[in-house]
Ligand binder design. Structure first.
Ligand code: PLP
Length: 434
């Protein structure tokens, strides 16, 4: 079996580890909720419980006016977030029905956001990344105008794990509104980070959620760090009044009146049950423990790769934020002072290594690791280099099933793969091995 560290999706292992049938899951939930209604007939309640748990995780205001829904994944959730921003802009600008509307996003955003722009006829304005590999907040103002329906920010980037500077962008948009009168909302695509940031020690200092009034909506994938074994997306608006009422449809031909906001009518209820079961079983402390262990293991791998001299990490979760002080006499860093991000290790060849071995390719390592049962992909990030050039990287996604033992094995495997590939290259090139 190949150990797959390719994707963010939770592995199926959690389901089989639990070894529970859906009936047993339902029985547990029924017992925990002390309900007299069979859950199969009342799944809406589970969805609502998940939404309220998540809304509180994201610091929804205490007036409890939030509105949320489950979706097939973050892609659908993003479409709904974008659609609300579009419709809201149109309702405020009825006098200009043909205005060329636009939406602003970073070049680090997921393809589903450009897809939203494409499907819903909105111009996608793409802000380049800064040297910190996040949307460059200093440049964002150049991309805004009276026709901007909203800004999508990413927490964290699929390609590098970095969290966009949400509070800084919110500040810029506040100043922009004071100057121009244009009130531009933020949707945070927290597909990966929505269940990471709340459980990290730096969540108090790194403000990214509904603590910022300008953040109107947030989405996350339950099947990534929400640890749900089946695909489910969540999207929450901090205030229901932000959603134009004609987008929420009511139907009454099933049982009672059902209001829903989604792109597709039917969706599977099983992921919702599993998501709720996870919340009950793990609790906040369980999530905190899992997420912090993922981050710790990702840091161990990152530091190990960099100290080999072969690699430089693009992901930064193992580094201190600028201005933070390392505690004297301790190698372990003060965790709230670390750069926030997803538990991923994104790395490339170090400049020195590339100079010494110009024909060496990351694909060699990926191939050797694959033979050793580890699937670690490599890919090119277009235009992220200091001169706007493409960067070739490899990515290890550290998930719940990635233990400290796995971290040591992967580290040894990747460094060993370099030595192995160098042997191949030296024979190939007839030069001496360094
Ligand atoms: C930042 C980001 N947004 C959206 C998505 C799409 O998520 P989903 O697969 O849940 O539709 C992903 C998937 O990796 C992602 O990383």
């Amino acid at each position: 079996m190949t150990i797959n560290n390719t994707a963010y999706q939770s592995s199926e292992a959690t389901v089989s580890q639990n070894g529970l049938s859906i009936e047993q899951v339902e029985a547990m939930i029924l017992k925990d909720m002390d309900m007299d209604i069979p859950p199969t007939r009342d799944l809406g309640r589970f969805q609502q419980r998940c939404i309220s748990t998540i809304a509180h995780l994201w610091n929804a205001p205490s007036d409890e006016n939030y509105y949320g829904t489950g979706a097939t994944g973050s892609s659908e959730a993003v479409m709904l977030g974008g659609l609300v921003m579009k419709r809201r802009w149109q309702l405020k600008n009825t006098a200009r029905p043909d205005a060329p509307i636009n939406v602003v996003m970073g070049s680090n955003s997921h393809v589903c956001i450009t897809r939203f722009a494409d499907f819903f006829d909105v111009e996608a304005r793409i802000v380049p990344v800064s040297q910190q590999y996040t949307l460059d907040a200093e440049k964002i103002e150049d991309y805004l105008d009276e026709n901007t329906i909203g800004v999508f920010l990413t927490l964290g980037s699929t390609y590098s794990g970095h969290f966009d500077p949400v509070a800084k962008v919110a500040d810029i948009l506040d100043t922009y509104q004071d100057k121009t009168g244009y009130d531009i909302p933020i949707h945070v695509d927290a597909a990966g980070g929505g269940f990471v940031a709340p459980f990290t020690p730096n969540n108090g200092k790194f403000v990214w959620d509904f603590r910022l009034p300008r953040v109107k909506s947030i989405n996350a994938s339950g099947h990534k760090y929400g640890l749900c074994p089946l695909a489910i997306g969540w999207v929450i608006w901090q205030d229901k009044s932000f959603i134009p009422s004609d987008l929420i449809h009511e139907s009454c031909y099933l049982r009672g009146i059902q209001a829903s906001f989604s792109l597709s009518f039917s969706k599977s209820s099983t992921p919702i049950v599993y998501q709720y079961l996870n919340f009950l079983q793990k609790g906040l402390n369980g999530y905190r423990e899992t997420i912090q262990s993922c981050l710790e293991n990702a840091r161990v791998v990152s530091e190990g790769l960099e100290s080999s001299g072969y690699f430089r990490c693009l992901s930064d979760i193992h580094r201190l934020q600028s201005g933070a002080k390392q505690q004297l006499g301790s190698r372990s860093l003060c965790k709230e002072e670390m750069i926030p991000g997803l538990p991923v290790v994104v790395f490339r060849l170090s400049d020195r290594f590339k100079r010494e071995h110009p024909s060496f390719r990351l694909t060699d390592i990926s191939d050797i690791m694959h033979q050793q049962r580890y699937s670690i992909p490599y890919y090119t990030i277009p235009g992220w280099g200091p001169e706007g050039e493409d960067i070739e990287v490899m990515r290890i996604v550290v998930r719940e099933d990635f233990t400290s033992k796995t971290a040591k094995e992967v580290l040894a495997g990747v460094c060993g793969a370099v030595t192995g590939a160098l042997g191949f290259h030296t024979t190939d090139m007839g030069s001496s091995k360094s």
